[in-house]
Write a protein that binds this ligand. Sequence first.
Ligand SMILES: [Zn+2]
Length: 477
Amino acid sequence: MSSAVPADAPRTATAAAPGWLDRAYATAFRSTLWPLMNRATGRTVHQVIPFLERSQWWSRDELHAYQLAKLQRLIRHVYDAVPFYAREMRSRDLHPDDFQSLDTLDRMPVITKAQLKAAPEDFLARGASLDRLVAGTTSGSTGQPTKFYRSRAQDSWHWALKYRMWGMAGYRLGLPYANLYNMKRAGLRKRVQDFVLRNHDFYVFGTELQQELLRRVLDRLRRPNIHFLAGCTSTLRILADLHAAEGDAAPLGLRAVLSTGSLLTPAERRHIESALGAPLWDHYGLGGEGAHVAAECEMKRGYHINVENMIIAPAEPECVDTDEPARIHVTVLDDFDWPLIRYDSGDAAVFASRTCPCGRGLPLLERIDGRVSETLTLPSGNRVNVHYFSVLFGRQPEVNQYQVEQRSPHDLVVRIVWKSTPPADGKSQLAAALQKTGGADLRVTFEDVDHIPLGRSGKHRYVIALPASRTPVNSVD
Ligand SMILES: [Zn+2]
């Protein structure tokens, strides 16, 4: 089932380095304009970035001590000022003085999206107002959208972490970049922000991507000064397909592709890197919740967790250092207005305790497994997710793209976009492998398709699970 990213040596970008004008702007921007903008909007990103650039090299012990000090301060605050936590802690006979180690977090309740949605004011600190917080919305790909809030302090950490993560790919604040958004960035403030940040912003809407618009993106990327491209993995893949289909089109001058937002399989990484001609750095975050969780460094041997701003704990600690994914619980350490403590993200990842050869003290996630709700329970009782299918379909180079939908506990529909004519026994081999894992009574139906539409959130869905009410009884979700 393992499909970890191959631990190759870091790829070297072949694009030219940024010119002196771009470098001069970046230096001047960071030292003057950026601090002014931050002060005007009540943010401290310009102070957090240099801190994060240092703290990533701290030892594990130093990072741990820093997290504990922050957690103790947060817990003391919520005990006094946040109705939900004040109530829960007292009912559990839990006092701030009990928090002498990070493990004490296990005694706090796990909070869910449903609870936050039902009573957001219950999580609001005394004196704060939801109207004055930064709001975000989860995509709702697994149900109804939920609104999340964050303080300006947390928003500053959020931005600063983004630039640290991009920095691992060679990006420096103030250098021009292109960004493929799934949501429209409207309003004068955002336009000014994009102008000074040199963000060449392309709105590529979710469900049906416009080929014309993507051609314009490619044209823009062929101009000499844009070396960085960020976007949702699914959108990047479509752009890569388009560029590859153009055959002898002029190469892009990219130094790095920064992907986020949906699962990246090893095959997809190879495809995007080869088509766009630049190494890819993957990032994992909870977009709507406003948490940048983890990022690949130049070694590409797992995802470094942004522990200065959050505690990422496995719901099943026994899974650490195994190949088994654990559900991710998130505690955000810098939000005192709408604190998130032991929030059940609904995502799963494989946790590792090893260190990274890059020397950063930031701990690692081995790989991201995505939504827990996109795990299928098969009649045999085996549970499989996208990583299983990525290995399975990776054995057949003729497969271009796939989607597996579980229609009932015993029925799988497998949709395939073929790159070239499959071997005569291609489908029967796939069906036999699926039945070996899923049980002899698993029925597999194949559908050959030209195109697989993206989900509502603009992401490709590799796996569509049964609604929870129809999930077999041996499921633990
Ligand atoms: Zn590293």
